[in-house]
Design a protein around this ligand. Structure first.
Ligand code: EPU
Length: 459
């Protein structure tokens, strides 16, 4: 695979090795974690990486640029390697310049076919389809893969493309979406029946090169969308309303970034997971490089439950009074909601929290129909959980969790198992780790730096 390196040799080697690992399905690591038995012993600073779910649409947006697109604060994770590999297979040149900074040139793209094997690894691959269709008039792709947390249909994307004048076909399990030779997508009014994050990103990016005005109604409000739209506007795009439920895009020509680089915003889901871990297991923890403004739902809920949280500009500090035990925190009901509500991606870490606090909490997962399948393992660890239906559970706390062997069910639930293992009494082994490196960089180093007894055993 061609990776042109303009940076440090070691960086190049590690990057190439990581890329090789993406395709090495047999290599599955495991983690051994020694639990703290509910004690609050973690201390120090943990830094938050750039957001996975902001990096993927940013790499996709590179296709809309006539010249190079530079991006910084890129997390060192497998999903980024996968989207780079997809871009390279299309003919783009992806250069890792220095740690966390990439330069992408897409004017040599020759293919409009997304590689099936890589696309099946992550949902975020679908965001490439909007820019590819808008720039080259055609795109072919499989149903995207990613975490199995529900059916995850793509009707909103396909309907949107059709409204913009494209023809959608499905041949041998692959979608082929085309506008026709030398034609452009047409601006259109698109209403989402269900709010979709990647759907909003994909159609917003497609609208940038379409003819005329595209309006997306009932759009997702995630801060990553506004952050990207602001940057694209500074490069010539005309996007209004990103960050609200109605986004208007006036289509135009290819974009140009000049000397500017897009900086990936901090990962609010990673920061939130660290905050939950800190609330349960830290004496004094500083979560740095994060934006508390994007984490209001979680911070508010934890405060209601009794956690002492200090918010600073790019930092959150948890100071746990030693006299306060987890059982002194109050139960809280959780209902996941699109941003700015409680994120579905923090639902599983929050479930661990609720097993430790006093009282009965109702947890209602409203976004995905298959995102509670980690519960059985939690019950085996000693949690008192009643499953009401596939969307709702009742958690009664506090319970002492006991370490055991676990296998992650999806990216966020796998990290939730890390939290459970840290809180538990005894040793846990998280086997067959498939997800964690997709979304959390150097997790064992960052956790051990704050006092977690964690060891990675290479598969
Ligand atoms: N939906 C449809 N039709 C569509 C698209 C979505 O019915 O065409 C439904 C989904 O089935 C779901 C709801 O709409 O019930 C919301 O799905 P959405 O499209 O917003 O999810 P996504 O874009 O596939 C992104 C994140 C997820 C995160 C969700 C919700 C990326 C790459 N993924 O997924 O992140 O959980 O938004 O916030 O941005 C993760 O990072 O681990 C992860 C799963």
């Amino acid at each position: 695979m061609k990776v042109k390196n303009v940076g440090i040799k070691n960086d190049f080697l590690r990057h190439s090795q990581q890329k090789k690992a993406i395709f090495d399905e047999n290599k599955k690591d495991k983690f051994i974690i020694k639990g703290l038995d509910g004690k609050k012993k973690l201390n120090g600073k943990i830094s938050v990486a750039g957001a996975k779910n902001a990096a993927l649409p940013a790499f996709a947006a590179s296709i809309l640029f006539r010249d190079r697109f530079c991006v910084s604060n890129v997390p060192n994770i497998k999903d980024v390697d996968s989207i780079n590999a997809l871009l390279e297979k299309l003919g783009a040149v992806v250069e890792k310049q220095i740690e966390k900074k990439y330069r992408i040139v897409t004017d040599k793209i020759k293919s409009i076919i997304l590689d099936t094997e890589i696309s099946k690894k992550m949902r975020g691959s679908i965001v490439l389809t909007g820019p590819l269709l808008a720039r080259f008039g055609k795109v072919s792709f499989p149903h995207p893969g990613g975490c199995v947390i529900g059916a995850r249909p793509i009707d909103a994307f396909l309907n949107g493309f059709q409204k913009m004048g494209a023809k959608v076909q499905n041949r041998n399990g692959k979608y082929i979406v085309s506008i026709g030779r030398n034609k452009k997508l047409k601006g259109a009014k698109i209403f989402f029946n269900k709010i979709s994050v990647t759907g909003t990103e994909t159609l917003m990016l497609a609208g940038i090169l379409a003819k005329g005005r595209t309006v997306i109604e009932n759009a997702a409000l995630e801060p990553e969308i506004k952050h990207l739209a602001d940057f694209l506007n500074s490069c010539g795009a005309k996007i209004k309303g990103a960050g609200t439920s109605t986004i208007e895009i006036i289509g135009g020509n290819l974009l140009s970034a000049g000397n500017k680089a897009y900086k990936i915003p901090p990962d609010r889901i990673e920061a939130g997971s660290f905050l939950i871990l800190g609330a349960l297991s830290a004496d004094n923890l500083e979560i740095t490089n994060c934006d508390p403004e994007h984490m209001k739902a979680l911070i508010n809920i934890l405060r209601n439950s009794g956690v002492h949280i200090i918010e600073e500009k790019n930092k959150i500090i948890i100071k746990n009074n030693r006299k306060i035990k987890n059982k002194d925190f109050k139960c809280v009901d959780i209902k996941t909601h699109e941003y700015p509500g409680f994120p579905t991606d923090l639902q599983s870490p929050m479930a661990i929290y609720l097993t430790q606090v006093s009282g009965k909490s109702l947890l209602f997962e409203t976004i995905f129909e298959g995102r509670l399948n980690y519960i059985d393992d939690l019950i085996k660890m000693g949690a008192n959980i009643i499953m009401r239906d596939t969307h709702r559970i009742m958690i009664k706390g506090p319970t002492q969790l006991k370490g055991r062997e676990l296998v992650g069910k999806d990216l966020r639930a796998e990290f939730a198992f890390f939290i459970a293992a840290i809180v538990a009494k005894g040793k846990s082994i998280i086997n067959n780790v498939r997800y964690i490196d997709r979304g959390y960089e150097q997790i064992e180093k960052r956790l051990s730096d704050i006092g977690v007894n964690i060891q990675r055993i290479n598969g």
